[in-house]
Design a protein around this ligand. Sequence first.
Ligand SMILES: [Zn+2]
Length: 441
Amino acid sequence: MKDIVKTLTEYVKIETVKSDPEVNAPFGKKIREGLDYILSLAKSFGLTVRDIDGYAGEIEYGTGQEVIGILTHNDVVPLGDGWTHEQGEVFEGNLYGRGTVDDKGPTLAVLYALKQIKDEGIKLNKTLRLIVGCDEESGSECMKHYISLDRMPEIGFSPDSDFPLISCEKTILQLKAYIPMDKFWSDNVLELKAGLRPNMVPAKAEFKIKKSILPEYYSELVDKHKAQTSEDKDILNLKFSGVSAHGSTPEEGENAVWKVFEFLTDIGAWGVTKSIKHYLLNEDACKNMGVYIDDEDRSGKQALNVGTANYNKDYNTLELALDFRCPIPQDTDTIINRLKDLFKGARFEITHRMPYLYADPESKLVKTLLASYEKFTGQTDSKGIITGGGTYARFLKNGVAFGPTFPGEVAKIHNADECISIESLKKLVDIYKDAMVNLAK
Ligand SMILES: [Zn+2]
């Protein structure tokens, strides 16, 4: 039998990036090839396999009526630039390659754990089912299809995040705001363009304004905000820089759009400009809006990221992508109604809304998983993590994200040189085996 390092090396070399659909390959040829690789390996281990129309694969052990689901995925994001290691290269105890952590390594770890359970003939009362999705990175169409077939188990975990485990995933509310601007904008502003996606803190903002409106001391303000400038006749072009971060943790970044609005209020803009700055573009925005909640240890704090900003000159309207991550007690309609009150005449369109996921720390699921984690790491008193992000576990009815990244590890998920330590990979097999056996007893 090939060991897990060998198979992971082979598996990451199949570049399972989404492409045009083909017959029995709804997410393209390479994802199909990766799914076939996993299913045939599982078959060679003597496990029961099922191909769910190319959307997902099922690998089962046991015959119990009740099913424990373990949800992983076979697709990856594109390689991108900047790699200093080959795909599948082993260097100083780490295995490099796209998907080693997200999520091919964990997929194989669960598969090898299932093989061990089978080979040792461990008696279980419940069936263990590894579900390998094929579209996690681009919209999770795989799980929408899977759920439509009514096959999703009631309970389980997803090795697609961090250890010890994710106990709460906040409610996500993403809105597109269309805010009518005033005469200051129609007379003086020519362009504002920033951001790529709602769930990213924009690191750059481009802004064009007429020089005639600027005070004499404006160059001091340019220096204060460290903006780069160039001039086009009577127009000043400004480029503001910030620091990108995930939209669920805006406090880890520096929003370039905030700087545009600081600059504008510094030069004396008021009215709607000031309102946008006060209610949407600063660290106390949610407090200023009156929708701030801190649910502390259970589900954390209210957060807001303004991910994109585009000024539509023709309609004198500012379009903003708002990304709210809300603790459990928050009612998302309250946020929307408050925004409508604060910005009269503005339009707010819901682009994404996903309810929170919460696991009771006293539940059997959480206690069992944490016990397995502690058994193989020597950790004690481990607690669930609160995240504003949405993990794959949200597709389980009663599930949590559990590993694969250990505290302190830098996994470089979605970045160049993604890698997993071989020691960690082997530890994953032990932890997942122990957890699955105890959940299925
Ligand atoms: Zn993933």
